[in-house]
Design a protein around this ligand. Structure first.
Ligand code: AHM
Ligand code: MG
Length: 338
């Protein structure tokens, strides 16, 4: 117990590295740097109201400094924190249309970084949890030059590391290398992430379903039938519960800890749904699978989808294995597209 209390994120990463004598230490160094960026973004998120920077770009704060929207701040902070270690050959962000090359004077490395700097940012003004999501791949392009679009369009099962940071009632950093999912809570006094969620395992099934029911009339029939099935049945003698923050990181974090299912389906209006395969669905699928859960687009495993474009969207059904299998059965039986 005492060990757990003092297991900081850096110590956990370095001990994990020691367990793999073949490791070069590069991934550790990347994760440490991401931890630092997370702390800086967390600080900014926490003082957003005070600094009056919510929702304004290009205005001056009380100190007469130019202020930025938080999602732009997070985007720039991540690039600044990650572009000088010599680990990456290319990056891509949900906030930028094209791939991001390293500045010409920086050393080029063998990894690829994809991130959504501040997911759920439409929730910022209401002080609702938001988050950062990241994915790391090895480059597939040859040579030591800049990385390419193809490096960024790899199927999710090729991820080396994936993680998210949720800026909520506390700030939590969750990551996996595919073996074990670990969560660290930021101690604001100490200024360090401490291991708080050791080896997270998602329950095999859960009581909570999470999706935007406002889109009900556009849903595929199988999904309507599934939700009606849950609403007319009991889980452990109690009715199912609907919970939807509207911030994927928060909804997935809860699903990981309590079990159940999170859904952003394709529907009549948007057959590919809303969420992005590379920035949101792949990293979350990698994490949830590593915790023993399941993630599909209703038919196909998310991690096996080959992205065709950086900002491609996909439907997603993700969470406890048995819950995802059940909704897939409903979708299959209704035989309706999307
Ligand atoms: P964003 O990338 O523009 O922030 O949008 C993604 C967010 C997710 O966090 C969340 O799951 C989803 O949008 C909610 O969408 P909706 O409002 O359609 O339910
Ligand atoms: Mg997003």
């Amino acid at each position: 117990m005492a060990t757990k209390r003092f297991m900081t994120l850096p110590r956990h990463i370095l001990e994990g590295e020691k367990a793999h004598p073949e490791a070069t230490g590069e991934l550790s160094s990347i994760l440490l740097q991401l931890g630092l960026a997370a702390k800086l973004i967390s600080l900014e998120v926490n003082k957003a109201g005070l600094a009056n920077i919510i929702g304004f770009t290009g205005q001056e704060n009380v100190h007469g400094e130019q202020v930025k929207k938080l999602d732009i701040f997070a985007h720039e902070m991540l690039i600044k924190a990650m572009d000088h270690g010599g680990h990456f050959c290319v990056m891509a962000s949900e906030e930028e249309e094209d791939i991001i090359h390293l500045p010409p004077n920086k050393k080029i490395g063998k990894y690829v970084l994809l991130f959504d700097p501040l997911d759920g940012s439409s929730n910022i003004d209401a002080n609702i949890s938001i988050g950062t999501i990241f994915s790391i791949y090895k480059r597939i392009s040859t040579g030591n030059g800049p990385g390419t679009l193809e490096d960024c369009l790899q199927p999710g099962y090729k991820q080396e590391v994936a993680g998210y940071i949720v800026y909520g009632s506390s700030t939590i950093f969750v990551y996996t290398t595919g073996h074990g999912v670990y969560g660290f809570t930021l101690d604001p006094a100490f200024g360090e992430f401490l291991l708080s969620h050791d080896n997270i395992k998602i329950p095999k099934n859960g009581r909570i379903y999470s999706l935007n029911e406002g889109n009900y009339f556009s849903w595929p029939k199988g999904l309507k039938d599934y939700i009606k099935y849950l609403q007319s049945n009991y889980y452990d003698g109690k009715p199912y519960q609907a919970r939807y923050v509207g911030s994927m990181v928060a909804d997935i974090h809860r699903t990981l800890l309590y079990g159940g299912i999170f859904i952003y389906p394709g529907d009549r209006r948007n057959p590919k749904g809303k969420l992005r395969l590379c920035y949101e669905c792949n990293p979350m699928a990698f994490i949830v699978e590593a915790a023993g859960g399941r993630a599909t687009d209703g038919k196909q495993r998310i991690l096996e989808k080959k992205p065709e474009a950086l900002h491609e969207r996909t439907p997603i059904y993700i969470g406890s294995e048995e819950d995802v299998l059940l909704v897939e059965k409903f979708l299959r039986e209704s035989r309706e597209a999307y």
